[in-house]
Design a protein around this ligand. Structure first.
Ligand code: NDX
Length: 256
């Protein structure tokens, strides 16, 4: 049966950090090639409807940790913190896999990115789940530790912002439409990448609540993945709409 190999966790987390840096160097100048940046930059050879693509891509991030949690024998009952934190991770990916794709009005997604995205979700789902279920040790009162409570609060706040902002973006289009408009309302009043801001806050909250290397590596990866994308969205809006609100920032309200 499986057990904890700390050096495996260390190696996988280090690789995740390295992928984050690779991503930063690749996508700081040129945006990753899907959604609004697709047409100007590249013409992907194959695409899949957004619904199927997001469902397939994100499914492993839900399934892998959920299966690790369910199938561990003997079941891990102590400490409570491990299961709780693993459930938080699965909860986000339940939303991203089973709810988000069914409402999206996004354009078809490039097959090549779908392939790498799926690999990434398997990798990260395994790393986070494996660490929490086989390796993590928390004192029994972790649920009242300031790191757990403040991290959980940030996680919930970020998730709320992310889900709300995804909803505002969706409402910009009627079903079947593929045009881009100026996002309005919620945190979009202050930033162009409100959904990304929420997601980044969420995963840093998760990292603080778990206080673990894999979770900090993933939060850093998220920052390097969608941080630059928020900046490219911002530039796209400024170029496309002459009446784009001048005070709006790219990612962080009032700052950047
Ligand atoms: N999926 C995370 N890397 C990614 C897919 C891409 O969940 O090769 C990481 C994720 C993957 C990436 C994933 C991993 C790394 C990859 C990358 C591609 C390259 C990269 C594989 C897995 C890579 C290396 C080198 C390391 C191998 O038509 P449309 O689609 O534009 O419509 C959009 C619509 N919309 C508008 N509608 C009307 N008017 C407007 N002005 C509009 N603006 C947007 O809203 C969409 O339907 C929808 C959202 O669009 P957008 O562009 O704001 O968000 P999007 O990027 O599609 O993300 C959707 C959600 C969002 O909440 C975000 O926070 C979350 O997913 N997300 C996304 C990416 C990664 C991630 C979270 C994370 O890292 N945690």
């Amino acid at each position: 049966s499986m057990q904890c190999f700390p050096s495996l966790v260390l190696a996988l987390s280090a690789l995740l950090g390295a992928l984050a840096l690779l991503q930063l160097s690749l996508y700081l100048r040129v945006p990753s090639c899907y959604g609004k940046h697709e047409e100007r930059l590249c013409r992907p050879r194959g695409r899949l409807p957004a619904r199927c693509a997001w469902f397939l891509q994100e499914l492993p991030s839900f399934l892998v940790p959920a299966l690790l949690l369910a199938l561990r024998s003997p079941p891990r009952l102590e400490p409570l913190g491990c299961r709780l934190l693993c459930c938080l991770f699965c909860w986000h990916y339940f939303y991203r896999t089973f709810i988000y794709p069914f409402f999206t009005r996004g354009r078809p997604f490039p097959l090549q990115l779908l392939f790498f995205g799926t690999l990434f979700c398997i990798y990260n789902g395994f790393l986070q789940g494996y660490y929490l279920i086989y390796c993590a040790e928390y004192p029994n009162d972790w649920c009242t530790d300031i790191r757990f409570t403040s991290g959980l609060l940030l996680f919930l706040l970020g998730m709320g912002i992310n889900i709300h902002s995804d909803l505002l973006l969706r409402q910009l289009r009627k079903p079947g439409e593929v045009t881009y408009k100026i996002p309005q309302g919620g945190l979009f009043t202050y930033v162009s990448g409100a959904n990304y801001f929420g997601e980044i806050v969420e995963w840093f909250g998760f990292a603080i609540a778990t206080w673990s290397l894999p979770a900090f590596a993933f939060a850093f990866f998220t920052l390097c993945c969608i941080g630059p994308r928020a900046y490219h969205h911002h530039r796209y809006y400024l170029k496309t709409f002459t009446d784009y609100p001048k005070s709006r920032k790219a990612l962080v309200p009032f700052v950047f």
